[in-house]
Design a protein around this ligand. Structure first.
Ligand code: ATP
Length: 206
């Protein structure tokens, strides 16, 4: 379970959010909503342990992540605005590199090719990332989701530059992840999960 206790963030004397508290159980899907600048990215980065807050704590399975950060990160897959890809490596090489670091026991060429096929990159596996379009680069980053066994996915606007077909495929993957007991926390300006009973929304700003 992920628990946020009394989080406060203040930037340039502006209160972004104050004493924000909530819990997310395994099998839940949470969408953070709010206007541009409301603090969605700030919140996700603090929860992921990549940003500092002015007050409050984040707990993963009742352990404060500030104390047990390494253990928490073993369970976390975070995709932010930066793709984290190496531009001079191909799509395949990027994923292979990622697998070697995060799940060496699961490293397998076929799994990587399958993940790239899921995001529609068949035929582009051996193209250096620098030569792919922005949407294709984003798809390479998203392909990591198919390689991940991590319980907690925190995704900041994962649908950026993704077309409607790609959005449908991602939605299916997200719902499978929560059905299998994972937690998904994401920001998106799209209404992807209308009428889905698994969805909770947390709204920042007014
Ligand atoms: N590095 C920074 N230093 C100071 N202020 C920042 C920094 N990054 C963001 N901010 C401010 O914090 C506030 C929240 O920004 P944040 O990026 O979290 O919003 P957001 O809701 O994710 O916006 P968007 O929908 O545009 O992505 C904004 O007012 C922004 O100007």
């Amino acid at each position: 379970m992920l628990e946020v206790k009394h989080l406060t963030s203040i930037r340039n004397d502006r209160i972004i959010f104050k004493s924000l508290s909530f819990k997310i159980k395994f099998g839940e899907l949470v969408q953070i909503e709010g206007y541009n600048g409301a603090g969605k990215t700030t919140l996700l980065r603090i929860i992921a342990g990549f940003g500092s807050c002015d007050d409050g704590e984040v707990y993963w399975n009742n352990e404060n992540i500030a104390i047990n950060r390494d253990i928490f990160h073993q369970h976390l897959l975070f995709l932010g605005h930066q793709t984290g890809l190496k531009r001079e490596l191909t799509a395949f090489e990027n994923l292979n590199f990622y697998q070697c670091i995060h799940a060496p026991d699961l490293n397998n060429r076929n799994i990587i090719y399958r993940a790239l096929a899921k995001v529609g990159l068949v035929g582009s596996e051996d193209v250096p990332v620098a030569q792919l379009s922005a949407g294709q680069q984003h798809r390479v980053a998203l392909a990591r989701l198919w390689l991940s066994k991590k319980k907690l996915w925190i995704l900041d606007e994962p649908m950026t530059a993704i077309d409607s077909q790609g959005t449908k495929i991602l939605k299916k993957l997200f719902l499978t992840h929560v059905k299998e007991g994972g937690i998904l926390m994401l920001t998106t300006h799209q209404d992807m999960f209308i009428n889905n009973s698994k969805l909770r929304k947390i709204r920042l700003g007014t």
